[in-house]
Structure formats: structure tokens, C-alpha cells
Write a protein that binds this ligand. Sequence first.
Ligand SMILES: [Zn+2]
Ligand SMILES: [Zn+2]
Length: 328
Amino acid sequence: MKIKSKSRKNDSSFAGLSSPLPGSYAATSKAISGPVQYKSRNWDDLAFVFFFVAVLGTFIFETSIVVPKIYSKDFHSSAGPVIHYITGFFILHNILGNFVQIIRHQSTIKGKLLLFSNQPSSSFSSKTSSANNQRYCFTCETYLPPRSYHCSSCGVCILKRDHHCTFARACIGYDNYRYFLALIFYISIGSLYVSILNMFFIWDLLGGFTFYNFMSHTFPFIFWLFGLLHWYSTMCCLISIINIAAFLFTTGLVFYHGSMVIANQTVHERAKSITDFDLGNWRSNVEQTFGSRWILTFISPIIYSKLPGNGKDFPSKRDYNLNSPKTK
Ligand SMILES: [Zn+2]
Ligand SMILES: [Zn+2]
């Protein structure tokens, strides 16, 4: 009862309990047995809608306007349009597919039996908690496995929580991290591809590559407000600028998250310099996030790749080396 009264003050905090726990602990909770209550915010809804409008809008723009214009002289005789359409559908399938999979595979602790051993191993970071000082979520009313954290937006604790994705309105964690990384990878590739196509189209539309046209392409709304740019050219420049921005943003994210996957770290662990889950070589670390068929996960979001573990217990480097096939 005392715990409950505290919980309403801060719904995203944890506290270590001083009383030692038994060797293993099964957690069930009233708070996580009901439906997950997503606390929708205007910004989240806006980002969610923006994602679909930007992706589908760009796809329609490229396939119905840009490609036909670039191949206006030999649209039916050239293989170029077909190659562009096949590539476009492949990238779109990966962007939308991984986005849907992120939402479908949310790593909440809801409905999961949190049975885990209470060992003083490296599963618990000495910098965040100790085995006898296990973390407790007052909102979910349960003890937490290592690497799990509460999300105030999702209203529930997430296994191996990385961060909350505003665009997907979902947390990225144990089950859906592979889809998130594939998503930003394909947005990066797709926006680069589109930006290159747009360069052939935009400069032709604006009348050549000059400093004036470069400025009107970069700041289309300002030029439109002063009556210096037609609304159609303004929309084309806007789509081009959004894709260039998407390329820069997601490419940075791919390198940032890629470096963490190689080190088997989450955003939180990177910020706190926690390296307890680094298994010693990049391939083992990658398989912890993508599963054994990690290469195939980048071909399609519908390809299954079984993840090791259960999202609640994580091997230390020593445990992993002892149990690996090479040492058996
Ligand atoms: Zn929680
Ligand atoms: Zn969340």
C-alpha cells in the first residue's frame, strides 16, 4: 500500500529495495494485466501522420511525376523506369513493413511472467543497481529485469528498452529493435535515391542550376510568399528538401545505432558507459539484437529471425563464452 501511494507522484521512476530478494522471483501485477494505455500527445499524432504523408507522398510523386518526366523521351522503350519502379517498391515495402512491425512487436512486460534469477552477475550493472538492490517500477508494480525501463508515453515497462519512437508511437526494445534499424536504414537509402532522382528533375523544372534557383529550392516557402515561385514548383522543392533532410537525419541515426548494436548497448547504456552486455565480438553482439539470420532481416521485415534469450535474462561475456558451441 505504501508503494502505491508513492507511485502516483512519479510514474517513470524506480527505486531499489533494501530487502534482499529470494533466488528467483516471479512478478505478476494488477497494473500490467490490463490493456496498455498509450498517453497520446499532439506531437506524437502529428509525427505519426507526417510519416505516412511524407513516405506515400514521396513515392507517388517520384513514380507518377519525376520518373515519367526524366524518361519523357523513351518511357516505354527504356528499361530505366521499370528498374526505378521495382527498386521503389522494394524500398517502400521495407519502410512500411518495418514500421508496421515496430508497432506490432512492442516489447512491453504486459502479460509476461517476469521470472528471472537474482544473481550478482554482470547482468546487473554496478552503476545502476546491484543484485540485492533490484529496481522496482511503482507504476507497473513489479520488479524489473535488467535493461528494462518504464516509458511514461506507453504507460508500461519495456524489455531491453532503447527509446520511445515518436513517429511509430511505440517504444523500441527487445522485440522490435531489428525493425527499427532496418527502417532507418531504408529511409536513409530511399531518401538518397529519391534525392538523386530529384536533382535531374528539379533543376530542369527551375531552369538550370544557378545560385538563385539553389536558394529557391532550399527556401521554397519564402520564395512562394513573395510570389517568386509557382505553387507547383514550391511543392516539388519542398518534397526534395524533406528527403534531403531525411537522408541526413537517418544516416546519422544508422551510424549511431549501428555502433551501439556492435557493442550490444542501448541508448541508456551508451549514455551511462555501461558495457556489461558486450560479448566480446561484433557478430555475437549483432545476433543478440537481430537473431541468427541477421543478414536476412535487412532483405524483408517478414523474414523471421529468432532472437536469443527472452528479453529478461542476458548473458555476460564470460557466460556466453562458456556456453558457446566452440567451447563445448
Ligand atoms: Zn513500469
Ligand atoms: Zn514508449
